[in-house]
Design a protein around this ligand. Structure first.
Ligand code: FES
Length: 182
């Protein structure tokens, strides 16, 4: 995943800060990874390399640990986060078809984030609304009885929201440009 403008500096500063406030030994690797993830929202490869360097362990050990525990997220959270429930009730009601529908429409696989960082897609265990199976959680909103047609509707609404927020940002940009010309 390509880093955004200024993100590299942010990652380096965050890792520096966490390493300087924690003892740099292998036993502390999990808390260090957790703290970096809380600050950045995920564990970018650059952060894991710098952590490995800081506590003097092979980078493969840090990657190995981060991929072993599913509390660690290796992709940045999207602007819109879609979580598809694949607990037993949702799976039986076609949750896997719902997941595939989102994968096709977002053009990413589960656990991934779209290159423009607008969408991220995850599978989750039971979210406690089994009577509404199959369930998805879209930006903290629970949606029940989600069919592939409903997936189309959800994606349409999210795309419209993105277009609207782009339009709202453009006049701002225009104003800044004309101010700069003065
Ligand atoms: S299994 Fe999906 S909400 Fe319970």
């Amino acid at each position: 995943m390509q880093l955004l403008e200024g993100e590299k500096e942010l990652i380096l500063a965050c890792v520096d800060e966490v390493l300087s406030n924690n003892s740099k030994n292998r036993e502390n690797l999990i808390p260090i990874l957790q703290k970096v993830q809380v600050r950045l929202g995920y564990l970018p490869p650059l952060a894991m390399e710098k952590i490995a360097e800081g506590i003097k362990v092979p980078p493969a050990d840090v990657y190995g640990l981060a991929t072993f525990y599913n509390q660690f997220r290796l992709n940045p959270p999207g602007k819109h986060q879609v979580k598809v429930c694949l607990g037993t009730a949702c799976y039986m009601a076609g949750g896997d078809i719902t997941l595939e529908s989102f994968e096709r429409r977002m053009k990413i696989k589960e656990s991934e984030t779209s290159p423009d960082r607008l969408y991220s897609l995850e599978r989750v265990a039971c979210v406690g609304c089994c009577t509404m199976a199959p369930v998805v959680v879209v930006d903290e909103e629970v949606e029940g009885k989600v069919t592939p047609t409903r997936v189309d509707g959800i994606m349409l609404a999210l795309n419209e929201e993105n277009d609207k927020s782009n339009l709202e940002q453009e006049p701002e940009q225009g104003r800044m440009d004309s101010d700069e010309l003065k």
